[in-house]
Design a protein around this ligand. Structure first.
Ligand code: FDA
Length: 401
């Protein structure tokens, strides 16, 4: 039976990074992944250019049952640390929007960088290779894999979340966590488009493809989320960065609220127009909102679009402004794991050390990356969590176990 200091299960963002760090510290590391292709999620991320971190990443950009858990790892391995690594590997990158950093070229450059780091650490990689069973042994752990049994002192579970099953996502990490007594915070698709009852959504179907800036909010108190970003109409509901962000905060059965003109005082704009313009409301509103949206919105109130501005009562304008600024909608669901960028929930952080990601219940067992109940906003934050949690773990693994 082959023996290693550490076996890392899952060669995605967190697993590759952790294996490289531990290998370079002199540990004998085996990295196992069941997928045919290496790190597919990194490859498809950021539209093929990998939004690999966010300059502004901090604890406030993450959701978890314990919002403080991510603090230590994020402070000890920062966005600046990862940017330094990318620069040492001479990968050109640029900032796109709100601190989001993307490769100038392809995401594959990040995968190649992580592989080089693993090679420098002498990491052994078995892929594709499935792990069938993990059990405790007298001196550590034993794993049954497609390539035979393996013995090791420490096991790192880096199997990610449930999103995009067709490229290798599995519930393996949660099953291992339960096997060793860990609690799982209920998992749900996040950073995902929201859907609506087909009947209620029918008037908006023709708007599919239309995008505009909006403020979207949901929840209240500590669980309230609010984002001003682009919103995209789809055939089944809403998507775009604003809605993907809010989906992580959204709880089934609760409404979302949308301001369709977040950078204007709509009532004031309409009142001014009433005083200076003789045009029809439909044309006036089409100056403020995309024309197709203005037409669809007014179509629900027969005759209103044709009325000339001076004829409109102030209270009609006030009602219109208020409806557009406080559009309340009840999503019926989400597009699910098939379309979700991440999985919210996961291994309960109460059972893990925030310093090392080691299980408090089972010494030598570690959980890193998306499998843990830490979910980042859209914009490079989820990769930063993968790097930071992997670094915390990779630096803590030892040769003795
Ligand atoms: P990750 O999913 O990367 O890796 C898990 C690995 O474990 C996989 O290789 C899988 O095959 C393997 N595995 C699973 N089960 C196994 C088993 N039973 N046995 C062996 N191996 C197993 N984030 C971001 O910050 N910026 C971005 O631009 C994007 N863009 C993006 C686009 C799309 C389409 C998606 C789906 C996701 C993103 N993300 C993102 C999210 C980001 O990809 C994600 O949070 C990280 O990849 C998580 O890293 P992990 O290493 O935890 O899991």
């Amino acid at each position: 039976m082959q023996t290693f200091d550490a076996v890392v299960i899952g060669a995605g963002a967190a697993g590759l990074f952790c294996a490289g760090i531990a290998g370079q510290r002199g540990l004998k590391v085996l990295l196992i992944d069941h997928a045919d292709k290496l790190a597919e999620k990194i490859r498809i991320s950021g539209g093929g250019r990998c939004n690999f971190t966010n300059r502004e990443a901090g604890p406030a950009n993450f959701l978890s049952a314990n919002p403080h858990f991510c603090r230590s790892a994020l402070a000890r391995y920062t966005a600046a640390d990862f940017i330094g690594l990318v620069q040492r590997h001479r990968i050109p990158f640029h900032e796109k929007h709100k601190g989001q950093l993307f490769c100038d070229g392809a995401s594959e450059e990040i995968i190649a960088m992580l592989l080089r780091e693993c090679e420098q650490g002498g990491v052994v990689r078995w892929q594709p290779c499935a792990v069938h069973e993990l059990r405790r042994s007298a001196s550590g752990f034993e794993l049954d894999t497609d390539r035979g049994a393996v013995r090791c002192l420490q096991v790192v579970v880096a199997t990610g979340g449930l999103s995009i099953p067709k490229i290798g996502a599995s519930d393996f990490g949660y099953r291992i966590a339960r096997q060793f007594g860990h609690r799982i915070v209920e998992t749900r698709p996040a950073l995902v488009p929201l859907t609506f009852d087909p009947g209620a959504w029918a008037p908006f179907v023709p708007l599919a493809g239309l995008s505009l800036e909006a403020r979207v909010e949901t929840g209240s108190g500590k669980s309230r989320g609010e984002f001003v970003e682009d919103l995209l109409f789809t055939h089944r509901g809403l998507s775009g960065p604003a809605v993907l962000q809010i989906s992580t905060y959204w709880q089934p059965g609760t409404p979302i609220r949308i301001d369709l003109a977040p950078s204007q005082d709509l009532e004031a704009v309409l009142r001014t127009a009433k005083n200076v313009s003789r045009r029809r409301l439909g044309n006036e509103l089409a100056e403020i909102l995309p024309r197709r949206l203005a037409e669809t919105w007014l179509a629900g109130q027969p005759g209103l679009a044709e009325r000339a501005m001076p004829e409109l009562r102030d209270r009609d304008l006030q009602a219109l402004a208020s409806a557009l600024e406080r559009w309340q909608l009840l999503p019926s669901g989400t597009e699910g794991y098939r379309k979700a960028e991440v999985t919210a929930g996961g291994v309960d952080t109460g059972g893990l050390s925030s310093q090392t990601m080691e299980s408090r219940l089972q010494p030598g067992l570690y959980f890193i990356g998306e499998v843990v109940d830490v979910t980042g906003w859209l914009g490079g934050y989820n990769f930063q969590w993968a790097w930071a949690s992997a670094a915390a773990c990779g630096r803590a693994l030892s040769e003795r176990g």
